[in-house]
Write a protein that binds this ligand. Sequence first.
Ligand SMILES: [Fe+2]
Length: 217
Amino acid sequence: MTAAVAVPFPVKAAEADGPFKLPDLPYSYDALEPYIDTQTMKLHHDGHHAAYVAKLNEAVNKYPELKTKTVEELLMNLDKLPQDIREAVRNNGGGHYNHSLFWNFMGKNKAKAPTGKLRSDIDKTFGSFEDFKKAFKEAALNRFGSGWAWLIKDKDGALKIVSTPNQDSPIMEGITPILGLDVWEHAYYLKYQNKRGDYIDAWWNVVNWDDISKNYK
Ligand SMILES: [Fe+2]
């Protein structure tokens, strides 16, 4: 366990009142050391994720009828939203949804590989867990600029690796991701600089396969 690191710059994003709240991290900022560093976790959660929540609130506050919608409902129905907030909801609602999942996709001292039905479906689909990791890394590396790599079950029930740009999310197609990796530079630049591949290799050590395997249906 490393001591809390003083962050030399303010990371707290301004709060905006509204229906959406920044969820607490399900572990301490330093829980994922040394793979994901404390300072990155603080900046990422208190800075970036909080800003998505604030800007999402700002957008829906303009339309009181939207305040009772879940973030999933908003993202699955972007084309029905008022045009002037559609892009803001897409980016910041996507950011809020994706990050809320992402924190729970990680954990401390978790199983190093999937188990049960998820493991057997991964082996069946990709050949082996190692082959799956290779293909997932490839997708994460090939996402140009900012975005995410995902493991999803498509509408035919097949496991698939996909990637999305910016804060777009499989939920926009009604698909809840099984696993996702943030490959925005803000997720790794402080520790790994431009070496996205090193970040991905390290990240496998903190994937919460316990919960991901349990949640898989
Ligand atoms: Fe992020």
